[in-house]
Design a protein around this ligand. Structure first.
Ligand code: NAD
Ligand code: TYD
Length: 377
C-alpha cells in the first residue's frame, strides 16, 4: 500500500485528483491535507468520503509541526502538492497571504518530507514530491502576428499538431521565469524551492506548470463559474479591460489525468508544461458561455449578451498565456481528451444541475466578503 498525501484536495483541481486516485488505486491510501480556507469545500468530495482508502486531515501546510506529525503517522511515500492561494485578484489585494501559503507552506511540506525520508534506510527510493504549478510563472506573451496574418492564425506545435494561436511564441519548459502578479511571483518562488530541494539534497521532485483549468467544483470567483452563475441570476458580467486577453483553457479532468501519468511515469527533476492547445480571448469565451447557459435554461440563445459590462482592467493584467505541452505529449503520450465545445457544455450543465452546491457558496459569509472586495456585481 502506498501512502500518498494530496494537499489542497478539498479545492477545485485537488478534488478531481483525489477522486481519480481514490477510485483508480484502491491499494493506495490517499491522505487529503487541507486547511479548508474559503476555497476548500468537503462537498466537492461527497461521493468518495466514505471510501476505505481515503482519509481527510484538516491542517495548515504552514504548520510545520503538524505536517511532520502527518508524515510520521501515515508513513508517507509520496506527495502531490496542490494547496495554495490561487486567485490573482486576491493576491493583488493581499500579497502576504500568498507568500505565506504558497512559499512558506511549500517549504514546510518539502522540509517535512526531507526530514522524514532522510531517516529511513532506503531514503529517497520509491519516494516522490510532485509540485503543481501554473503557466503564469512564465509571465505574459505578446499578441503578435509573424507573417501579417490577422490572429488567430493556425500554427503547428512541435508535436506536429495544428491549433489556433494569438501569437507566435509559446511557453516552453526552458523559458526564464518572469512572473508579474503577487500570485505568480509566489508560485515561481515555490517552484524554485522545490527544484532547490532536488539539487541540494537529492529529493526526487517533479514540477508541472499548467494553463487555466475549467470544469465542475471551481470556486465562483474564477471567470467561468462566476459568469455561469451571474447569467443564471441575470447579474452583470464584469469583463476586465477590453476582454481581449487570451488564456489557454484545459478541462480539469484532463489535468488530473496528466497529474496521474506524471506522478507515476514522469522523470525525476523534470518540468512538464500541461496545456490544452486551446487559446481563447476572454470576450469570445464569455459569448460561448452566455449562449450555452441561455440555451440550456430554455432562454433565447444570446439574449443575455447585454449583461456584458466592461470594467476597469485588472492591475498588471497579463495579455496572453499559451502553453506548448508537446514535451508531455512526446515523452509520455498525454493529450487533452475533450474538445473545448464538449468541455464547456459539460461544465455549464454541471453548474446548472448543481445549483445547491453553488448557492451554498454564494450565500452568507462569502457573499458579504465578495461585496466588500468587488462591490455588488
Ligand atoms: P483552489 O483555490 O480551488 O483550492 C486550493 C485548496 O488549497 C483549497 O482547498 C484550500 O482550502 C487549500 N489551502 C489553501 N491554503 C492552505 C493551507 N495553508 N494549508 C492547507 N490547505 C490550504 O485552487 P485550484 O484552482 O484547485 O488550484 C490548485 C493548485 O493548482 C494551485 O497550486 C494552483 O496554483 C495550481 N494551478 C491552478 C490552475 C487553475 O486554473 N485553477 C492552473 C494551473 C495551476
Ligand atoms: P481567472 O479565472 O481569474 O484566471 P487567471 O487570472 O488566473 O487567468 O481569469 C481568467 C481571465 O478572465 C483573466 O484574463 C481575467 C479575466 N476575468 C474577467 O475579465 N472578469 C472577471 O470577473 C474575472 C474573475 C476574470
Amino acid at each position: 500500500m502506498k501512502n500518498i498525501i494530496i494537499t489542497g484536495g478539498a479545492g477545485f483541481i485537488g478534488s478531481h485528483v483525489v477522486r481519480l486516485f481514490v477510485n483508480k488505486y484502491p491499494d493506495y491510501h490517499i491522505i487529503n491535507v487541507d486547511k479548508l480556507t474559503y476555497a476548500g469545500n468537503l462537498a466537492n468530495l461527497k461521493d468518495i468520503e466514505d471510501k476505505p482508502n481515503y482519509t481527510f486531515v484538516k491542517a495548515d501546510i504552514c504548520d510545520f509541526e503538524t505536517i511532520m506529525g502527518i508524515f510520521k503517522k501515515y508513513n508517507v511515500d509520496g506527495v502531490i502538492h496542490l494547496a495554495a492561494e490561487s486567485h490573482v485578484d486576491r493576491s493583488i489585494k493581499d500579497p502576504f497571504t500568498f507568500a505565506q501559503t504558497n512559499v512558506m507552506g511549500t517549504l514546510s511540506m518539502l522540509q517535512a518530507a526531507k526530514l522524514t525520508w532522510e531517516q529511513i534506510p532506503e531514503k529517497w527510493e520509491g519516494k516522490r514530491f510532485y509540485h503543481i504549478s501554473t503557466d503564469e510563472v512564465y509571465g505574459a506573451l505578446e499578441m503578435t502576428d509573424p507573417e501579417g496574418i490577422e490572429p488567430p492564425f493556425t500554427t503547428k506545435a512541435s508535436s506536429g499538431k495544428h491549433h489556433l494561436a494569438y501569437g507566435s511564441k509559446f511557453f516552453t519548459e526552458d523559458l526564464k521565469y518572469m512572473p508579474h502578479s503577487p500570485y505568480s511571483a509566489s508560485k515561481a518562488s515555490s517552484d524554485h524551492f522545490v527544484r532547490a530541494f532536488h539539487d541540494t539534497y537529492g529529493m526526487p521532485t517533479i514540477v508541472t506548470n499548467c494553463s487555466n483549468n475549467y470544469g465542475p467544483y471551481q470556486f465562483p470567483e474564477k471567470l467561468i463559474p462566476l459568469f455561469i452563475n451571474n447569467i443564471r441570476h441575470r447579474k452583470p458580467l464584469p469583463v476586465y479591460g477590453k476582454g481581449e486577453n487570451v488564456r489557454d483553457w484545459l478541462y480539469v479532468e484532463d489535468h488530473a489525468r496528466a497529474i496521474d501519468l506524471i506522478f507515476h511515469k514522469g522523470t525525476i527533476a523534470e518540468t512538464y508544461n500541461i496545456g490544452g492547445f486551446n487559446e481563447w480571448k476572454n470576450i469570445d469565451i464569455i459569448k460561448v458561455v452566455i449562449n450555452t447557459v441561455d440555451r440550456l435554461l430554455g432562454r433565447k440563445e444570446g439574449e443575455d449578451m447585454d449583461l456584458i459590462t466592461y470594467v476597469t482592467d485588472r492591475a498588471g493584467h497579463d495579455m496572453r498565456y499559451a502553453i506548448d505541452s508537446s514535451k508531455l505529449q512526446r515523452e509520455l503520450g498525454w493529450e487533452p481528451s475533450l474538445q473545448f465545445e464538449e468541455g464547456i457544455e459539460k461544465t455549464v450543465k454541471w453548474y446548472l444541475e448543481n445549483q445547491a452546491w453553488m448557492d451554498n457558496i454564494t450565500s452568507g459569509e462569502y457573499e458579504k466578503y465578495y461585496e466588500s472586495m468587488y462591490g455588488n456585481r
